[in-house]
Design a protein around this ligand. Sequence first.
Ligand code: ARG
Length: 327
Amino acid sequence: MRTILITLLLWIGITPAWAVVQIQPRIIGGTLVEDTVWPAVVAIRMEVRNTAGRLSERRCVGTLVAPRWVLSAAHCFFPESGAAIVPDARADNTTVFIDRATISSEVLNPEFGLPVTGIHIHPGFNAASGYYDSDLALVELAYPVENQVFQLLGRNPATGDMATVVGWGVTEVGLDGTPKATAGLSDELREADLPIVSADVCRAAMGSGNISDNMICAGFRDGGVDSCLGDSGGPLLVEQDGAFRQVGVVSFGDGCAKPDRYGVYTRVASYADWISELTDLNVDAGDVRVAGAVTDTPDVPVQPRSGGGGMLWMPMLLSLIIPLRFR
Ligand code: ARG
């Protein structure tokens, strides 16, 4: 009887505590950033077939790496089912948004975005396999923009180094780490800091067959901070010599922010040659560098605020959630 009572009391005492922890506003676990921060981070609207086979809007994040080039994730351009050899998204149904004022959790209006002339999916990416190696795409803008760009880092970040992830993705997950259907995208850009995890630890947690040497894992053992649905294509950044350089691209996870699971990022350094061939970025001593000086943006976290999901966005979100465990 006493044990039952104690268990009951513990249960009553503990449940609300972790229920609250789990539904805090997050990127998952992040803070809002001001409009002037991370000018190299852009939103991309593309059209891909949803699980019902209908072309519908999808949102991903991208980064300007040169005045006419946006780096993102290959899987963003494929149907939701993943079981496809060719991407659905084409240059003429893809739009890039660099003006923060035009980006919200709602469906983006292509009129306010920049036209695209080409989408280059890394030839090593095989959506149909369900294995996310080479999850990288370069989007060619119709004309150059003057925004600051990210320098890509050829060096591999060390285990334990802190990294920053940025995006408009889902900010709330349920108790099981599944993004909440009511959560929606974030109206404003968010960032979160999390440590780089070794390949061994990541393979043990995520299944060795899922993790290639071309991936970087990041996150806390206890979970709580992660990228999530809608953050795909966004940057994983590390600070070097006072500047943030991009080392990874948001690729997949298992739910979001779960304990003993990690966010998986495409390792930019593995693809330096492909990127430089396509974009003419200089590859210098293992670092992929943009010709010309690049200044850094300050990191200005403001108070976290819960992300309001636009209702228009719901059907799209649902279609994102249903298909794949890994996405
Ligand atoms: N595949 C997701 C997207 O398309 C990104 C998931 C990242 N997940 C994670 N737990 N880090 O938006």
